[in-house]
Design a protein around this ligand. Sequence first.
Ligand code: PHE
Length: 452
Amino acid sequence: MTHDHHSHGRVTLGGKLSAVLVAAGSSVGLGNIWRFPYIAGDNGGGAFLVIYIACVLLLGLPLMLAEFSVGRAARCNAVGAYRALNPKWSLLGYNGVLAAFLILGFYFVVSGWTAEYMVHSITGEFAHYTSAAEYQGAFERFITHPWRPLLYTVLFALATHAIIALGVQKGIERSAKLLMPLLFFVLIALSIHSLLMPGGGEGLRFLFRPDFSKVTPSTILVALGQAFFSLSIGLGTMVTYASYFKPDTNLRHTALNVTILDTLVAVLAGVVIFPAVFSVGIEPSSGPSLVFITLPSVFNGMPLSMVWSSVFFLLLVVAALTSTISLHEVVTAYLHEEWHLSRRAAAWATTAGTTALATLASLSVGVLNGWKIFGLNLFDALDYLTANIMLPIGGLLTCIFVGWVLDRQTLRDQITNHGTLPFRIYRVLIVLLRYFCPAILLLVFLDNLGIF
Ligand code: PHE
């Protein structure tokens, strides 16, 4: 293996908790707080939750462990890592770097909206509206405004850039140690507030009562897609982050903790949102606009509405930021190590490229809405291409690579830290990675292409 030029003197994360916090920072994002609640709401509440947790444990966890192993074995960026382990497989790394770039193209846009909503909550601007229809109008006016969403998108990209530019330890690690506890604190405060709301019990019943009549075969596929996106799997994000893990980091515990935290945040986000929605008698089926239209009008009816709505959007901003950092790092590490740019130049190139793409994506839901790619505007096309095509392919190939191609000893060494940790479930992991996960992923992929 000829990857030594990357591994000598590579920075590693410091503290014991850092691996968990940094990886959880990537996982916990808009996927948990914005996407999970409405997807669960549309797909049978508690019934969806059961299926989702099965997907997380049977596919998410093994794949996260696989990506961690690849990253720490090779100790370099996603492209270099797959190439170092098997030269033919660098393509899998390219898929990841490209997907991270494209995801940032729309993720920065939604992140910008959350930042704008936070600012408007703080200034009290939202308090002027009274009906949900007015909030809808306000949302549409904002996202189609010729320059305001661009301003927030660019600011968000610059904030991400600033942290990446500080480096792995001073930027990524330190921000995760600060932002993740803040995120949990805010989430727990909001959950308690929501649980104490009159009439909130109905919302909890909606979230937790399994309604199996809404479950169809495609529910499993929806749950799986959600699990992957939420856990940041299939794109080389976890490969890149694990390349900074220490030799004595316990990969199994890290993967398990990240998975549990990510799922906990998704469930708590449901606990925050549904009681609030039900307490004012609004239907929970408003889809993606739940967070941007329904919720502000819910907050508005509550005492101290400005405070709760500001805090809620702060939560979204923080969650989004730790995820954009991880996506940015995938591209930056690649440009830095493969193209031999300085880290500074690599970070600027990434910021410039992703901001340009995000600007077009933002305009594509507004003034440029006429431009269509296969019938979708650029924003939706980026979402569709990454989540429904590149991500399942990345996951599928990762299973095949780690299950069939990667040298067994390398995997075993990573998971047991060269034999110093016991590994009782090794056989289970191999069976999942070799047969179970690829079979299920193939089904998801074919379904997404509309074959069924
Ligand atoms: N997991 C993040 C979320 O839930 C999104 C993400 C996907 C981040 C892939 C990095 C890689 O919002």
